[in-house]
Write a protein that binds this ligand. Structure first.
Ligand SMILES: Cc1cc2nc3c(=O)[nH]c(=O)nc-3n(C[C@H](O)[C@H](O)[C@H](O)COP(=O)(O)OP(=O)(O)OC[C@H]3O[C@@H](n4cnc5c(N)ncnc54)[C@H](O)[C@@H]3O)c2cc1C
Length: 393
């Protein structure tokens, strides 16, 4: 069987559904294809099941790409407020959790249901659980091969996402298609991912498993002040996930475990005001007890503060205000929220998301070399890039 469409969208995730809806609203005959049995699985598991669907502070500075200006046009054409309006139109209740992050009050499933309803209203033909055997171009038409069927279209939108969480459908399909059409792909890496450590730091992490502290985590000039979590595998929590998108293998990161306090000054003041006080008790005034205990042990300090030299106190305060640690890796795509790298933005028009070399071929969402910070920015990129492609496909 063969069938002609105006637009074929591959990948019915956040970006793919948005592009299909928008193209359908323009009267285009749209086919949306996904190999997964269930649609929108990444949306369903996002934000702890409540989907952090956008961020009110969305701004190009919140995105990582070889070309940091690439996102500007799409984010302007479809803003966070446009998506918030859509959510309101569907009566989905939401709240700001922190730092401008918007979550559903009830469930991420509401976002999936909303997108599926919009697809239906835009007369999008949805084929799930469908394996695409081949994609190619014949004259001015693209086509996909599904078993013995062939579907043709003027425009082809690739929205197959990144590589994280392979067990719910992630694949390298989008990168392969790009390469097949001769487009450059920037090296991909897991991002927004917990960091792992060798024995000494790992032993500390294991001992402190479950403990969360507010910390400033920095890599070179980039830093994030958010929660940091000790786990039995290493370090996690928002500040670590954020820095993982910047950290490079072989380099150190720096952790300030008490960002609001100059610990060196604090300890020196206490040495004068309470010379007979135990150092462990003093440190546990600024850090959780278990962490204070380990830090004192690691620094070989105990006894009354007056017995410790200023040099020892400075070294102790450095391990609190500027703990330098060397990750040995990440937990990888198994737990990463996103993929760094992807289709080189130089290959795509930032205004339309269409390939410069192949008119009618579009790439949107996470498959493109655009990675948002933690906090709803990755979905906003999916909505914005999907909207834009939907206007031009
Ligand atoms: C655990 C977790 C939590 C997250 N939480 C948030 C959050 O709260 N806020 C936020 O902004 N971001 C979050 N993210 C990131 C966000 O989910 C992604 O950035 C976003 O889903 C990307 O959208 P996309 O449409 O490009 O790709 P996806 O949503 O991944 O969709 C890609 C689709 O393509 C399909 N596909 C793949 N290969 C093929 C193929 N060969 N043939 C057919 N179909 C194919 C997949 O089945 C999938 O349906 C989270 C990610 C994870 C893993």
């Amino acid at each position: 069987m063969t069938e002609q469409f105006d637009v074929i969208v591959v990948g019915a995730g956040a970006a793919g559904m948005m592009s299909a809806i928008e193209a359908g609203k323009r009267g285009r005959k749209v086919l949306l294809v996904d190999h997964a049995k269930k649609i929108g699985e990444k949306i369903r598991i996002s934000g702890g099941g409540r989907c952090n669907f956008t961020n009110i502070h969305t701004h190009p500075s919140k995105f990582i790409s070889n070309n940091p200006k690439f996102v500007i046009s799409a984010l302007k054409q479809y803003t966070q407020n446009n998506f918030i309006d859509l959510i309101k139109k569907h009566n989905i209740k939401f709240h700001e959790k922190k730092l401008g992050q918007l979550f559903c009050d009830e469930s991420a499933q509401q976002i999936i249901d909303m997108l599926l309803l919009e697809c239906e209203m835009a007369k999008v033909v949805l084929k799930k659980d469908t394996t695409i055997d081949d994609i190619d171009k014949q004259d001015d038409n693209y086509f996909i091969v599904v078993g013995s069927d062939k579907y043709f279209s003027q425009s082809l939108i690739i929205a197959t996402g990144g590589l994280s969480i392979p067990k719910i459908g992630a694949s390298k399909f989008g990168y392969d298609i790009a390469q097949k059409f001769g487009l450059k792909v920037i090296e991909t890496l897991p991002a927004l991912v917990p960091l792992t450590f060798s024995e000494k730091i790992l032993a500390i992490c294991k001992e402190l498993t479950g403990l969360s502290v507010e910390a400033v985590v920095s890599f070179k000039k980039t830093f994030f002040e958010e929660g940091m979590l000790f786990t039995h595998r290493g370090l996690s929590g928002p500040s670590i996930l954020q820095i993982s998108s910047y950290w490079k293998l072989g380099d150190n990161i720096k952790v300030n475990l008490s960002p609001k306090l100059d610990v060196d000054k604090f300890l020196n003041d206490r040495k004068i005001s309470s010379p007979k006080q135990d150092i462990g008790i003093i440190v546990s005034e600024i850090l959780p007890k278990r962490l204070a205990h380990i830090i004192c042990n690691e620094n070989n300090v105990n006894g009354n503060i007056c017995e410790l030299s200023n040099k020892v106190l400075t070294s102790l305060s450095n391990s609190i205000n500027a703990w330098v640690i060397n990750p040995i890796g990440t937990e990888g795509y198994r737990t990463a929220e996103v993929t760094l790298g992807g289709i080189d933005t130089e290959e795509i028009s930032s205004k339309t998301m269409m390939s410069n070399k192949h008119p009618g071929l579009f790439f949107i969402g996470e498959v493109v070399d655009v990675t948002g910070h933690l906090g709803g920015y990755n979905f906003q990129w999916a909505w914005s890039s999907g909207y834009v492609a939907g206007q031009y496909a």
